[in-house]
Design a protein around this ligand. Sequence first.
Ligand code: GDP
Ligand code: GDP
Length: 433
Amino acid sequence: MSIVAIVGRPNVGKSTFFNRLIQRREAIVDAVSGVTRDRHYGKSDWNGKEFSLIDTGGYVKGSDDIFEAEIDKQVELAIDEADAIIFMVDVENGVTGMDEEVAQLLRRSKKPVFLAVNKVDSANRINDAVEFYSLGFETYYNLSSINGSGTGELLDDLIKVLPETTERDDSELPRFAVVGRPNAGKSSFINALIGKERYIVTDVAGTTRDSIDTRYNRFGFEFNLVDTAGIRKKSKVKEDLEFYSVMRSVRAIEHCDVVILVFDATRGFDGQVQNIFWLAQRNNKGIVILANKWDLVEKDNQSVKDFEKYIKKECEPFTDVPIVFMSVLTKQRIFKAIETAVEVYKNRSKKVKTSVLNDTMLPIIQITPPPQYKGKYVKIKFCTQLPTPFPSFAFFCNLPQYVKEPYKRFVENQLRKHFDFTGVPVTVFFRKK
Ligand code: GDP
Ligand code: GDP
């Protein structure tokens, strides 16, 4: 889905236009600038072409004497996130210094910009709009957000520059779910990574109503964060009920590729945390464990080792899981955490060529075959990776029913040893050939 952002200084009519386009009246439009609004993101379409619309102004607080930095931020966000930008100005006020400032930032970007001169409600204002040529754009669009005139001309041109694919690559991006108990530091973690504004602006209504996908694209990584913590904070619903966090975890986990399980190291890897861990494992999701608040833990040079041992004991038999000792507070290893999640994602989507798999596994099986069972020998002839979204392998043999759990585990461990499936549940089937 293409993203269109509306930028401009306060009070020019951005949210009025936004509301017109998303045809909802959820935003509170008020002549008083800086008024709290609750809806800045929505879907719209023109001539059958759908796009997401963001009123970036709603995310950056400020009045008419808004700081430069705030406007910069707004425009920066738009440039980063949007496929096209509507730059709105107000004919009643004429060109202001801030308009010039924004124009300069936008001209430097490579994004298509549509200059909309708003509040051109009547023909006699058309002449006044001419002065906006001075902002240095090739053309501009006369607009009246209040009565809708000019909307068609603007949108006709705007949809022409939007990418053809209706499905943005979002669905193909790795989806990471940040889950854990309340107060583990999930929101702090997300905010530390991506900053508050970005976190809010890029929220895309996910397939479920209770989670938010945040598109993250920085420092060479690109992925969606399936967030569970943000909603609670945003809606200001004060509930620390375990119940809610588990419910949300379930949804988020189901919709992700990799679970980033954050827990408070001062409180331990307790039963509730383990529940989430097993939920992820049962769903065949990749897992990274983040031991947060590491700054608060009294340490010596054995601490990491000891702690790791303690966690892995709780994770048995699925112990091939990366653990990152992190402090959001001191920003220690927060990027390491994401790097690790990316690694786990790669491991989960890894496809081992059948020839390589057989060349590796058959000699191992030859040396250590399944133990004979009731005097019968199991002969494994061939193996292949199955086309599932998570790693699963079929081993074809004469007597699959005689292969027991310990041997399956042996095979799984050999697969892990040779192909690196760190952080990912691996399923091994034995099938009749
Ligand atoms: P924002 O701060 O840029 O989002 O601006 P708003 O959408 O809140 O609009 C600011 C004020 O301008 C409100 O009082 C609107 O009613 C008014 N306004 C918005 N669009 C138009 C328009 O096309 N014509 C006129 N006359 N007023 C408008
Ligand atoms: P959430 O409920 O999982 O989203 O947790 P929050 O992000 O709201 O964090 C809960 C509390 O823990 C807040 O007071 C944070 O400031 C604090 N916190 C988060 N990370 C750390 C950390 O690494 N070290 C310390 N000392 N405090 C942290």
